[in-house]
Design a protein around this ligand. Structure first.
Ligand code: PEP
Ligand code: MN
Length: 338
């Protein structure tokens, strides 16, 4: 439920309304829109307060129906949120590109690719140190050593580090190295992991599960926000459909739908969607055209020898060419790309 305050509601009265809601045992989310304050009343049974709130001075109207994910919903928070990742802003006019290998494989590999993607205009480096693999026999990541190599690549290039946390037990370790923590598709509904990520301060990149609806993605984000961390970026990375010509089906509609429903930044992952590197530029153009705030793309110095996801990883040159092309698309939709 949302209480919309009158434009002229004095600050003192607003504080009274907030403490009334809090003392009734509900959580409050305050946001400002068009000179009006919106007071989100969050918690089971919120509608019981409707009548009393409507009668309070300074309350313009009560909107009873609200989405089940109040903290991340645009209805409660009409202005788009910008999430800062160590000085890089996601969700502003400038598009953000996160690039790097699927997994950290060696010092030489990560430093080479970091230099290449930084030169091409990426502002963050991706690379898994802990990998969620379909087979227990596949490479599971370099672990702590991989995190140390990522930190070295950050020092060498200035790129911010985005890396996945696959288990509750790894959170402390990964937060010591990462600038942003990635929750992978397979963990989107690992609710204990989500809540624990809400209790640490680093921003979280939450990827959509391959079988999750948009609403489920928003509810997963709500778990993290409800546990105390509002620094969230959502990622559409393709969903599993009957179509077999691509690894997944990029749900391009999800971008504008998410933008309609949430104030959080939204990016796309064309690499995991397509599964084939030659499709990545076209999907990236599409993502930017429909309003994504950025991209996360797999790039490898020698894709054919990559230990994971080589088929969808771009070469350095192909990535640089794509970045040049994307600048024109960005400009056409009123965005910029460095
Ligand atoms: C990845 O980013 O390498 C990854 C495993 O992605 P997803 O969770 O989207 O499959
Ligand atoms: Mn991958």
């Amino acid at each position: 439920m949302i209480a919309v305050l009158e434009k002229a509601c004095p600050l003192k009265q607003k504080a009274k309304i907030v403490s009334f809601v809090e003392s009734a045992g509900f959580r409050v989310q305050v946001s400002e829109h068009n000179d009006q304050s919106l007071i989100g009343v969050i918690g089971p049974g919120a509608e019981k307060l409707a009548e009393a709130l409507a009668a309070m001075p300074g309350v313009h109207e009560i909107r009873p129906v609200a989405p089940p994910y109040p903290l991340v919903s645009r209805e409660h928070h009409p202005e788009s949120t910008r999430v800062k990742v160590e000085g890089v802003t996601v969700g502003g006019t400038e598009l953000v590109v996160i690039a790097g290998p699927c997994a950290v494989e060696s010092r030489e590999q990560i430093l080479t690719v970091a230099n290449a993607v930084a030169a091409a205009g990426a502002s963050m480096l991706r690379g898994g140190a802990f990998k969620p693999r379909s087979s227990p026999y596949s490479f599971q990541g370099m672990g702590k050593e991989g995190l140390e190599l990522l930190a070295e690549a950050r020092d060498a290039t200035g790129l911010k580090i985005v890396t996945e946390v696959v288990a509750l037990d790894d959170i402390d370790l990964v937060t010591q190295y990462a600038d942003m923590l990635q929750v992978g598709a397979r963990n989107m509904q690992n609710f204990r992991l989500l809540s624990a990520l809400g209790e640490q301060p680093k921003p979280v990149l939450l990827k959509r599960g391959m079988m999750a609806t948009v609403e489920e993605l928003l509810l997963a984000a709500e778990y993290i926000a409800a546990a105390g961390n509002p620094r969230l970026i959502l990622c559409e990375r393709g969903i599993r459909t009957f179509e077999r010509s691509t690894r997944n089906t990029l749900d391009i509609c999800a971008v504008p739908v998410l933008k309609e429903r949430t104030h959080l930044p939204v990016i796309i992952d064309p690499s995991h969607a397509a599964g084939r590197r030659e499709l990545v530029p076209a999907l990236s153009r599409a993502g930017i055209a429909v309003g994504a705030d950025g991209l996360i793309v797999e790039v490898h110095p020698d894709p054919d020898s990559a230990v994971s996801d080589g088929r969808q990883s771009m070469t350095h040159d192909a990535f640089a060419d794509m970045m040049n092309e994307l600048r024109t698309v960005a400009e056409a939709v009123g965005r910029t790309l460095v």
